[in-house]
Design a protein around this ligand. Structure first.
Ligand code: FAD
Length: 444
């Protein structure tokens, strides 16, 4: 069997890896538009700093990423975050630690007494009667109240999706949380029941020595597949029982094709083969986000923590600031410090698209306002993602279900990327494994 995978981000790479794992005889060609694999996983190097352009790691509480690390022989470059990283901050009226225990929650000044009582009332709040979709804001207001939603859920969704509670679907973005209400009638009841069943620590943030690109490089070297870079795949055509892939003077035929490209690229590639699916793929929107890495030679700041997320109502120009050199030792040389500010998202999409000078000014002002840092950085590095993270708006799951239903009628074509069922690295890898299994099972 001869399989093409289009898109060399983690979804495409992991799909290729697992197909080979399940059946080493399958021939695979991986096509990538850029001159390097990795997509949103890429580490830039500048003046001794390692600056993540996208993801900086994954949580160790889901098994699939750790399994891929082991199977690909990358265990030796796995890097556990420092204990500092367990402390997270929220900037609402000022900088406060994120409460991690019931005791800390009772004491936190982030919520008023009324807000805390409303959260406690979640235990008794009646469960939603139907399966209709709703925004995270609607879900949050119903379950834990306005204050908790506008502070905690707002900051959390900015950190994971670069979105805001009113613009994202709760069941699509946080299925595990929504399922607690469905199964147990309340989030508290669900968490208590799960705690009894699944005793054990939560996840720890993990990354790789040398940054996430070191993992991508190793994965690339570990696979016996054909990799073609710098090629923009344009279209798929049906020929007899096979598919022809076209783009940049290419015309190769394959038995099966996996599209691990962003939804808008998959829409373009499938336009002639299946305009109906293509139209639905075009409905999946993306949030722009820019990352401003700032390196400091002599910064007088304690920086013990993971970083901060700002709430929308704090009206800051940064969504958050990650304290990278406090999380992973190798991100900056000894005694130097590296911060990464996130700008834009659904909250203020136009800010992400500003020019580099303006983005740097916003980031410098952002760390001044939220952390009191007045020192100018000695190094800066900017990465702009015009279409950074898929925004699973209300209706996302219904649209995606229709896409995959229609795809069942098109034998040999598969879709697998962060556009559908989760954006975290853990989700991408576990969905890639499922996709690989499907490709192998449906042997023609
Ligand atoms: C700023 C930022 C921070 C993040 N932080 C985290 C984090 O800390 N932890 C976490 O778990 N997740 C994080 N994420 C999310 C995570 O990084 C992504 O969801 C994941 O890397 C996406 O992988 P993917 O392979 O599905 O898509 P992509 O990485 O987008 O890969 C798609 C690939 O397809 C290629 N391509 C596109 N069109 C074509 C074409 N026509 N022909 C050939 N190739 C094509 C692209 O060049 C790209 O390489 C972050 C994302 C961003 C943007």
């Amino acid at each position: 069997m001869n399989i093409a995978i289009v898109g060399g981000g983690i979804s495409g790479i992991a799909t290729a890896f697992y197909i080979k794992q399940f059946d080493p005889k399958v021939e695979i060609t991986l096509f990538e538009k850029e001159n390097e694999l990795g997509g949103k996983m890429h580490t830039a190097k500048k003046d001794g700093y390692l600056i993540e352009e996208g993801s900086n790691g994954f949580l160790s509480n889901k098994p699939d990423t750790l399994e891929l690390v082991e199977l690909s022989g990358c265990g030796d470059i796995l890097l556990k975050s420092s204990d500092n990283a367990r402390v997270r901050y929220i900037y609402d009226k000022n900088l406060q630690t994120l409460p991690e225990s019931p005791g800390a929650f009772l004491k936190t000044p982030l919520l008023s007494l009324k807000g805390k009582l409303r959260v406690a009332w979640e235990y008794f709040a009646s469960a939603k009667k139907d399966d209709t979709d709703e925004s995270l804001q609607e879900f949050g207001y119903r379950r834990v109240g306005k204050e908790m939603t506008d502070i905690f859920l707002d900051a959390m969704v900015a950190g994971i999706f670069a979105s805001t509670p009113s613009k994202i679907s709760a069941p699509a973005a946080f299925p595990a949380v929504v399922n607690l209400e469905k199964e147990y009638g309340s989030l508290f009841k669900g968490m208590l029941a799960k705690k009894k069943k699944e005793a054990g620590p939560g996840g720890v943030l993990m990354s790789f020595k040398g940054g996430v690109s070191a993992f991508i490089k190793r994965l690339e070297e570990s696979m016996d597949i054909n990799i073609i870079k710098n090629i923009d795949i344009k279209q798929i055509k049906k020929t007899d029982k096979k598919y022809k892939i076209t783009g940049d003077n290419l015309g190769m035929t394959f038995d099966k094709i996996v599209l691990s490209t962003p939804a808008y690229e998959s829409a373009k590639i499938l336009r002639n083969l299946t305009p109906d699916i293509s139209e639905k793929l075009d409905k999946i929107e993306y949030s722009p986000i820019s990352i401003v890495g700032m390196g400091y030679d002599n910064l007088e700041h304690n920086l013990q923590g993971f970083g901060l997320l700002a709430t929308s109502r704090a009206k800051k120009e940064v969504l958050g600031v990650l304290w990278d050199s406090s999380i992973f030792d190798d991100r900056a040389e000894k005694n130097k410090k590296l911060l990464r500010a996130m700008i834009g998202g659904q909250r203020s999409p136009l800010l992400a698209l500003k020019n580099e000078d303006e983005l740097l000014k916003l980031a410098i002002n952002g760390v001044k306002e939220t952390m009191g840092i007045e020192t100018k950085p000695d190094m800066f590095y900017i990465k702009k993602w015009e279409k950074g993270i898929p925004n699973y708006k209300v209706g996302h799951l219904a649209n995606v279900d229709k896409i995959f239903k229609s795809l069942e009628n098109i034998e040999g074509i598969y879709l697998n990327s962060n556009a559908y069922y989760g954006v975290g690295l853990n989700d991408c890898i576990s969905n890639a494994k499922k996709c690989a299994q499907k490709v192998i099972n449906e042997k023609s």
